[in-house]
Write a protein that binds this ligand. Structure first.
Ligand SMILES: [Zn+2]
Length: 75
């Protein structure tokens, strides 16, 4: 049944595939190291190394990825 404590708004990953590896799906339940927050968006990665790679991307590159998933993912 419901958990005894209300969960803090769980960060729902908004992308279906890794930003670094567009052919790699994001796990249903990504590890904390496979997640990043960017301007209020929750981004998932296929591995923690990709999250590190994402951190080095420019804001413009991140923005174009967010544009991409905004159009492709109905969630
Ligand atoms: Zn990846």
């Amino acid at each position: 049944m419901a958990a005894p404590h209300p969960e803090p708004a769980a960060a729902k990953v908004e992308n279906l595939t890794c930003p670094v590896h567009p052919d790699q799906a994001i796990a249903d339940d990504p590890a904390p190291g496979q997640l990043a927050q960017h301007k209020g968006h929750s981004i998932g990665f296929c591995s923690d190394r990709c999250a590190g790679e994402w951190a080095r991307w420019s804001d413009a590159r991140k923005a174009s990825f967010l544009d991409l998933i905004a159009g492709a993912d109905p969630r």
